[in-house]
Design a protein around this ligand. Structure first.
Ligand SMILES: [Zn+2]
Length: 255
């Protein structure tokens, strides 16, 4: 059996048999790898803690006939703060699901790997999760080839003017002339569009220090949510969990 080493982030895990796991790892140079972690669900397993979601580790893998097998894992970062907070866990789960949903097995996407790792580190460091999520959404879609078109009309290239609508089927703003014939539009304010442009191009470290009004983030969440749903083949399940965790957080804050 040929062995190989892969630096990756766990996107998800499933139960296999009595005590094993199938782990989906998003790895540098490889893209998505599904591999078996034998005995990972046994209490004393060394692999157990290193095959949990969002773990960043160096994995040693053996090529298998169907699935590869994880033989060793050397932890790089376990994201303890994310793991101990319900909302941050929900957010990281959402990021992982988006990457899982939009990438194919064994298709390397090092740019997406870097983006995912950057946003997970920011969550761990205590930056505002909702702002990070919006950065992640617009940049992930761009890296996948769906960069939101926010300068001119996405259909006819005219100047957009006011009364802005984002068409999720085209992936950009529409001018007034093009709006009547469009079927998948989401209204968006000029300020939200301005912020989306910044989210695409500004250095992430600089962005997360900015004070951004919550209302604009909510608007962008609606636009990007509809855009992602339109492009996604399956439902994004973790979004419901995320909404729930947010509500619970708000109740806690008030109480
Ligand atoms: Zn137009």
């Amino acid at each position: 059996m040929a062995l190989y080493k892969a630096e990756g982030i766990v996107l998800r895990r499933r139960i296999l048999g009595e005590s094993d796991r199938i782990v989906t790892i998003f790895a540098r140079n490889y893209g998505k790898i599904s591999a078996v972690a034998k005995g990972a669900r046994k209490p004393k397993s060394r692999l157990g803690g290193r095959t949990e979601p969002f773990i960043h580790a160096n994995y040693m893998l053996a090529e298998g006939r169907n699935l590869d097998i994880i033989t060793q894992a050397e932890l790089i970062d376990g994201l303890p703060a994310v793991r101990s907070d319900l909302y941050l866990t929900a957010m990281a789960t959402y990021f992982a699901e988006l990457v899982d949903n939009f990438t194919e097995d064994r298709e390397a996407h090092d740019d997406i790997f870097e983006l995912l790792w950057a946003v997970l580190r920011l969550l761990e460091g205590g930056a505002g999760p909702d702002l990070i999520a919006r950065i992640f959404e617009v940049r992930l879609m761009s890296l996948l080839g769906y960069r939101p078109q926010l300068e001119r009309c996405a259909r006819c290239s005219a100047m957009v003017g006011s009364a802005w609508r984002f068409d999720v089927s085209i992936g950009g703003l529409l001018c007034r002339e093009c709006q009547p014939s469009a079927a998948h539009m989401v209204a968006v304010s000029a300020d939200a569009v301005r912020l989306m442009r910044l989210l695409l191009i500004t250095d992430i470290g600089q962005l997360v220090r900015a004070d951004v009004p919550e209302g604009l983030l909510t608007e962008i969440e609606r636009v990007m949510g509809a855009f992602i749903d339109y492009r996604s083949e399956g439902r994004i399940r973790s979004r419901e969990f995320l909404m729930q965790a947010r509500e619970e957080g708000k109740i806690k804050e008030v109480g």
